[in-house]
Design a protein around this ligand. Structure first.
Ligand code: HEC
Length: 204
């Protein structure tokens, strides 16, 4: 068996991914503290220019949304209405998430074509359209995590429910033969009936 270093795929094929290749995939940015935000910066004014060029056709000149394309602005205070308007301003809890989303997904026809500086500028511009930052705001890896989003404190961050309802058992546990299935998702009409061989295996 050759040494692992010579055959990184363990079975003798493949090779280790280079750090450049890993960096290409490793683009996630954490919402609350902005971990993963790259160097670079962009102002509201720069963002207005890129936005007019690459985003306004779908999202409207001021984020109001063209046709049925999503609004990026407004809706603050509507979350309890019958028709809540979820936008960056009314709903999103973290500003770094806006950088991350634009960076990975927009402009819709050509994602991954914007420079880090342009994404910072667009983030600054959209925050400014929402009246969350002033027009002289400059977005960078330090300033974005400090932005207080209006809906930040309306999320429930701690889920008090246990991971599973079953008590773990490490010894003298129940004999599997004594396990009785008392109800199934299908029996409770939660899933459609399957057809074919699986049917014969369903507990009745
Ligand atoms: C061709 C139309 C189009 C263009 C151009 C476009 N977008 Fe979008 N954008 C969309 C669509 C459609 C969605 C909704 C995608 C989804 O929900 O899966 C979206 C979603 C978004 C969202 C998330 C909205 C939310 O609250 O969920 C943001 C932010 C955004 N776009 C920013 C931008 C920026 C910045 C640009 C310019 C760089 C841009 N978009 C260009 C069509 C477009």
């Amino acid at each position: 068996m050759p040494a692992v270093a010579e055959s990184p795929g363990h079975y003798g094929y493949g090779r280790l991914a280079s750090s450049a290749e890993i960096a290409g995939w490793d683009i996630d940015v954490r919402g609350d503290d902005g971990a993963g935000l790259p160097p670079g910066k962009g102002s509201v004014v720069q963002g207005a220019e890129v936005y007019a060029d690459q985003c306004a056709a779908c999202h409207g000149a001021f984020g109001e949304g063209e046709g049925r394309f999503p609004k990026l602005v407004g809706g603050i205070g509507t979350l309890k209405h019958d028709r809540p308007e979820l936008t960056v301003g009314s709903y999103w809890p973290f500003a770094p998430t806006l950088w991350d989303y634009i960076n990975r997904a927009m402009p819709m026809p050509a994602p991954h074509t914007l420079s880090a500086d342009d994404v910072y500028a667009l983030t600054a511009y959209i925050l400014n359209l929402n009246d969350i930052v002033s027009s002289d705001f400059v977005a960078d890896r330090d300033s974005l995590p400090k932005v207080q989003m209006p809906n930040r404190n309306s999320f429930v961050w701690i889920d008090p429910r246990p991971d599973t309802a079953a008590k773990p058992c490490m010894n003298a546990c129940i004999d599997p033969n004594d396990v009785k299935i008392t109800s199934t998702a299908e029996g409770r009409n939660l899933t459609p009936r399957t057809t074919g061989p699986l049917d014969t295996m369903q507990p009745k």
